[in-house]
Every structure is written in structure tokens, then in C-alpha cells.
Write a new protein. Structure first.
Lengths: 410, 299
């Protein structure tokens, strides 16, 4: 183990030399810094994040760059690989600021890494815009330099509860009679999802009948599902990243556990509709963004046009993780132009006053730095496809609730 | 404690938990049996056990992508992992097999990290699984459900267990393996090529893990970082059952599965793992008091 510690700093030293010289090559370039997970457990989502950033940078440079104080600048990002570990992330951001002299930082992937980095950027007064750290408590620490373009994690499945209540009311029944079962992994993100659901359920008078915390080495949900089978809740909420989504879909189908609504997070990144086939049918998924939404901006056009451009460039469909990363860069660009300066304090103040439209959705920060203008999207898997069912102004189809029982499905 | 009343109100549920536990435990028992074999014969604890399971899962998943039914993929995974285990032995394990236990622990721990990262690089960090589309058996109007895939996994665990038992008892190689386990030096004196025996043992263990991994891919999920769970579980099972005891390992595996499911149901899943480890401590304490009593009689 000791040897790796000797090896890595050497590598980084070499990398920073290269980066340092690039930074020095011209003052008409604005350099952003980012530590993202290119290896380790977040490597897939880390790549999504980096691709999102890269597409934004390419597009902004193509369309004339960033105009600050009558001068046009090109954008550039210096990347490091944080290996999906918090300690490494914090170290690398320190390096970005101290040695690469980066004044503006883009977020990493995941709440955990954002949490590790935020104190560092805060200490140096460096503004960070991020699109992949959704933990609620990130915004309760009083950070002045942290801005997030996405909805916090407690919002992921609130809409599912609201929608179930709405449908129940329409069917002439009382939403307060609905029973909710919650099974979430024991991490901050999932616990936030749980709290959001529990808060809304309580407001609507629903009863939370199962409230399980799944272990981090989650590999079997049988015990929770046995309980669900006995208590027969109307809504089963599962949040446990890709693992949780896949397991829930697989085991609910294998054990033929009937719930009128199965609400999940991470279905799109876990690709449940593509990989689990019929088992995934009627599952409800919370998502930050969808290409069918009617948002647009002058860099990319509509969400759909963004998706097409992304697909052409990277040969895969953009997940929301990529879209929100792109939006983070656009937020910086907008702030640079409004600040009319590259002074980090002025850019920070401009960021705080952000009020813009993007293909990803409207962006406007509250005092704590989270985006309060955008709302979450709900999908339902219908006929093997993700269909938007909420918010209602963009719904592609009406939600199927209650889902048909297993013996009525083909 | 409403969970316990729930259990009494619907006794079918207890049956469900029991069945799930036993079926699940059988898969763990398979992995544990491989570990016990390596431990008994080579006197080393293989920390990379779970990674072998993970690789077996990926073999089945990748084969399913080119159209091979996952069930048919399971024996293929066993063969592939057999070869992999053999190579691993020839490259790395043979260097540590006669050394201190600590060295083999470190070496296999290193291997586990290496295999994890390789798998991450090759297959990506996504969670994958494969659908065997075998359906589900329903009893008591759907209250008791048994996924056929779990039944098959259970049957496979029994078959592999008995084949292994017969193999060790009656075949030449099996006898050589047992002789080496009893006393490697004496076995060498009697002309047994212990190097080959070790290689075979490690390869057989890898094959068992490969088959188990295939079953895991059908029942649950596979991702590059699931190894440790399987290593720990099999370690526990071996500790509880003792070395060289096929029936004991199966029993301990099933017992562990049931305990885990019951604990998860009654106390909530957050205490599932804690309960199981508490049980392990209880077993160890009980075992050591029993042994101490036995020792006293000897004096």
C-alpha cells in the first residue's frame, strides 16, 4: 500500500506540470478546474460528468466564447481523477487552487465528494458550481461559494407521493388512506429521499408503515419485501442508487410482490427498462431532467437538441448527470458575462444573482446556493420506455396508478 | 415489536422468510465450501473469494449477451474460472502458499483489489444482472412465493456439494488433496506432487465460486465491488461450521441465511448484518466454552 502513495504524487506532479504550462499559454483563456471520478466506483457517472462539462466547453467556444468586459475568452477545464474517494478529491482541489491557480471550480460526481471539496473551495473563496451533489445538508452549512443547479435529493420522490394522492383523489378516495413503505440505503442521499417522502406523506395524512434502512453492502431485499407482502402498502419507495433500483425491480418481480406504485431513484442510470424488461414495467422513477422537456437556451437550443448533439459527440444518450454538468458550465459562463470581470469575488456575487433559462431548466439560487427554480421529473416505465408523467405540463402520458396486479400482466 | 405480531398473524410469512433464507444460504454455502477447501488444504484464507464470485457472474452475463441461456452459462463460468484459478495459482498463489498466514492474507487482499479494478475497467461500474425468465411458484394465494431461479440455485448447491464430497473421497486427485491437507510434508515424501494438488485445489475453488457467481447474477445483481460481502459471509460460515465438513457448511449457510432474513424482518434491515455477526460471536463463545470443558476432561 505504501508504494502507491509514493507513486501517485509523482504522477500528479507530472500532470500538474503539463496543466500549469497550458494555463500559462494565454490570458485569453478562462480555466476551470474539476476533480471527477474517472476510476473507481463512480467511474461511469464520473465520465457522464466530464462529458457534460466537455460538451459545454466545446459549444461555448464554438459560439464565440465568453465575453467579459468587451474581450472574448475561450473556456478550458483542467481535470484530475479523484478515484471516487473523498480524501483524494479534497487533495486535488487544493492542488487545483494552489498549484494550477484555478479560480473557478466545477463540482465532482456525488454528494459525498462534493461534501469533501466544498470546505476547500470555501476556505479559498473559490466559487464552485456543481450539478451532481444533491444532499440537503450541503446547503445547511452556510457555504457562500457553493452553487448547485440541481434539485436537492429530498425532492427526488416527493412528486411521486403528490401524484399518488392526486390520482387517489380523482378516483374519489381519500389520500389519507394510502399506506407508504420506504426502504432506503443508509447513505445521505437516500436518507434525504426518505425524509422528503416521509414529510410529504405526513402532510397528506398518509401512514408510513415500513421504514427500512438497507445495508450499504445491499444484495438482497427479501426481508423487506416479505414485510411489504404482509402489510400491503399502496406505495413502495426504494432508494439505493443503481444497486437498489435494480434489486428492487428484480426481486419485486421475482417474488411477485404487488404494490400499486413502486417509486425509485436512479432507474435511468441503472437502465432498468432496458435491462430488466417486463419486471420494470410500471415502475416510477424520479429524475432531474429529460430530453423531452420544453426548456431551451441560446447555446444548445431545446433539451432535445442538446440530447442529439451529445449523442452525436459521445455515442450514448445523455443521462441527467451529463445534462446538469453541462448546465453548471453554462451557469459559470452566464455569471462571467454579467460580472464583466474574472475576479472571483465578483463572479461569486454574479452567481448568487443568477436567474437564467437553460436547456436543463431554469436556474435561480436561493441564499444557500441551491437551485429553487427547477422541478423534478417523474417517469413511468410503460411498454419498456420511460414516459414522463409529471410535472403535468410536460407529461407525455397519464400515469398508470394503481399498477395492474401481477396475474393481470402479460 | 409489531413486526413479531405480524409474523404470528401471518405464519405463511415465517415460512417465506425460512424458505428465502435456506435458498439464499445455499449459494453462500457454495462459496464457503470453496473457501474451506482452500483453507484446509493450503492453510490460507482467500480474501479474493468474493471477486471470483463476481467474475463468475460477469462470465454468465457476458455469455447471456451473445445469446447463451444463463443456466447453460453457469457450467461455462465454472470452467472459465477453473482455468483462471489455475493461472492465478501459477502466477501468484504458489509464492505465498507455504508462507506465513499473514502473507497469504495480504497477497489475496491485493489480488482482490486488482480484480475489482480490472472488472471495473473492463465491465464498467454499472450494476448488472441477467434475467433467466424462469418464473415464480406461488403458494397460499401468492403469500408464499418461490422464484424458480432460487430453487435451481439451491439444487445446484446440493449437487456441487455432493459431487465435491464424492470427488474428495473416491478420486485419486481427491485423495491426494486430502492427504496434502492432513500433512503436506508427509504427502510429498509419499510422492504426491503437492504443487499440483495446490493448483488443483485453488482451481476447483475458483470453479465453485464461478458457478456460485452465475447463480448470483440470476438471483441478484453483479457489480465490481460486491466481493467483500461474499468473502465475509463465506468466512463466517466456515468459522461456524469448521473445516472439511460439507454438511456442516451447507447447514451453517442455510442457518445464516434464515437468521439474516428473520433479523432483517424483526429488527429492520439496518440491523440485519449486525445481528448476524452477533450470532457469530455467540457461536464462537459457545464453541470455545464447550471446547474448554472438553479439555478439562482430558487433563
Amino acid at each position: 500500500m505504501e508504494r502507491t502513495h509514493i507513486l501517485f504524487p509523482a504522477l500528479f506532479a507530472a500532470a500538474s506540470l503539463a496543466a500549469g504550462s497550458a494555463w500559462a499559454q494565454g490570458s485569453d483563456t478562462i480555466t476551470l478546474g474539476a476533480a471527477v471520478s474517472l476510476t473507481g466506483k463512480y467511474s461511469t457517472n464520473g465520465k457522464n460528468t466530464k462529458d457534460g462539462y466537455d460538451l459545454a466547453v466545446e459549444r461555448v467556444n464554438e459560439t464565440g466564447g465568453v465575453k467579459v468586459g468587451g474581450k472574448s475568452y475561450k473556456l478550458k477545464v483542467v481535470y484530475y481523477d479523484d478515484e471516487s474517494t473523498s480524501a483524494r478529491g479534497a487533495q486535488l482541489v487544493e492542488r487545483l487552487i494552489q498549484q494550477d491557480h484555478v479560480d473557478f471550480v466545477l463540482g465532482p460526481y456525488s454528494s459525498g465528494l462534493t461534501k469533501a471539496i466544498a470546505p476547500v473551495t470555501e476556505k479559498h473563496g473559490i466559487p464552485m458550481v456543481e450539478g451532481n451533489g444533491a444532499d440537503r445538508d450541503l446547503f445547511e452549512k452556510g457555504y457562500k461559494n457553493l452553487f448547485a443547479v440541481l434539485n436537492t435529493s429530498d425532492y427526488y420522490l416527493r412528486a411521486a407521493i403528490q401524484l399518488a394522492a392526486e390520482e387517489t383523489r380523482k378516483a374519489g378516495k381519500n389520500p389519507a388512506d394510502l399506506k407508504v413503505a420506504i426502504a432506503v440505503e443508509n447513505d445521505n442521499f437516500s436518507k434525504d429521499v426518505r425524509d422528503g417522502v416521509a414529510e410529504d406523506a405526513k402532510k397528506l395524512g398518509m401512514k408510513v408503515v415500513v421504514d427500512d434502512k438497507l445495508p450499504p453492502e445491499l444484495n438482497d431485499m427479501s426481508a423487506t419485501l416479505a414485510k411489504v407482502k404482509a402489510i400491503k402498502p399502496d406505495i413502495l419507495v426504494v432508494s439505493g442508487h443503481d444497486k437498489g433500483a435494480t434489486l428492487a425491480v428484480k426481486q419485486v418481480a421475482a417474488d411477485q410482490v404487488y404494490v400499486p406504485m413502486l417509486a425509485l431513484t436512479h432507474c435511468d442510470s441503472a437502465q432498468i427498462a432496458e435491462k430488466e424488461g417486463k419486471a420494470a414495467e410500471y415502475a416510477i422513477c424520479g429524475s432531474q431532467w429529460d430530453r423531452s422537456l420544453a426548456y431551451k437556451d441560446h447555446w444548445f437550443g431545446t433539451a432535445e437538441e442538446y440530447a442529439q448533439r451529445f449523442q452525436k459527440r459521445f455515442k450514448y444518450e445523455p443521462p441527467y448527470q451529463a445534462a446538469e454538468s453541462t448546465a453548471s458550465v453554462l451557469t459559470f459562463v452566464d455569471a462571467f458575462q454579467r460580472a464583466g470581470s474574472l475576479d472571483k469575488a465578483k463572479v461569486r456575487d454574479a452567481l448568487a444573482k443568477t436567474d437564467m433559462q437553460t436547456f436543463y431548466g431554469p436556474i435561480k439560487f436561493d441564499a444557500t446556493g441551491k437551485n429553487v427554480a427547477k422541478s423534478m421529473v417523474l417517469y413511468q416505465v410503460i411498454g419498456g420506455k420511460y414516459k414522463v408523467v409529471a410535472p403535468s405540463q410536460w407529461a407525455q402520458t397519464k400515469i398508470v396508478f394503481p399498477a395492474p396486479p401481477w396475474d393481470k400482466r402479460k | 415489536m409489531s413486526n413479531i405480531t405480524l409474523l404470528f398473524d401471518t405464519p405463511v410469512l415465517a415460512l417465506q422468510l425460512l424458505a428465502d433464507g435456506i435458498l439464499v444460504g445455499a449459494i453462500f454455502a457454495l462459496v464457503a465450501y470453496g473457501m474451506a477447501l482452500v483453507w484446509g488444504v493450503m492453510k490460507m484464507i482467500n480474501i479474493a473469494q468474493g471477486e471470483l464470485v463476481m467474475l463468475g457472474g460477469y462470465v454468465v452475463i457476458e455469455l447471456a449477451k451473445v445469446g447463451l441461456h444463463p443456466l447453460a452459462g453457469v457450467p461455462v463460468a465454472a470452467v472459465v474460472l477453473f482455468v483462471f484459478g489455475w493461472i492465478l495459482y501459477r502466477l501468484v498463489i504458489f509464492r505465498v502458499v507455504d508462507r506465513d498466514l499473514f502473507i497469504s492474507l495480504l497477497a489475496t487482499f491485493g489480488l482482490s483489489i486488482l480484480i475489482q479494478q480490472l472488472a471495473n475497467g473492463i465491465f464498467g461500474s454499472d450494476v448488472q444482472s441477467v434475467d433467466a425468465s424462469l418464473g415464480t411458484l406461488l403458494f397460499f394465494g401468492g403469500m408464499l412465493t418461490l422464484a424458480k431461479v432460487k430453487l435451481i440455485a439451491f439444487a445446484a448447491a446440493l449437487v456441487v456439494g455432493s459431487v465435491l464430497f464424492a470427488f474428495l473421497r473416491y478420486s485419486r486427485l481427491g485423495q491426494a488433496i486430502r492427504a496434502t491437507a492432513q500433512d503436506a510434508r508427509a504427502a510429498r515424501v509419499l510422492g504426491i506432487d503437492t504443487g499440483r494438488v495446490y493448483a488443483a485445489t485453488f482451481a476447483i475453488n475458483a470453479a465453485i465460486c464461478g458457478a456460485a457467481g452465475g447463480l448470483v447474477a440470476m438471483t441478484w445483481i453483479i457489480h465490481p465491488y460486491l466481493g467483500l460481502t461474499y468473502t465475509l459471509r463465506s468466512f463466517m460460515i466456515v468459522i461456524a461450521a469448521g473445516l472439511g465438513n460439507v454438511a456442516g457448511v451447507l447447514g451453517a449457510g442455510a442457518g445464516l441465511g434464515v437468521a439474516e432474513n428473520l433479523a432483517g424482518f424483526v429488527f429492520g434491515t439496518e440491523y440485519q448484518t449486525a445481528c448476524v455477526f452477533l450470532l457469530l460471536v455467540a457461536i464462537l463463545v459457545a464453541r470455545s466454552t464447550l471446547l474448554r470443558r472438553g479439555r478439562r476432561y482430558l487433563q
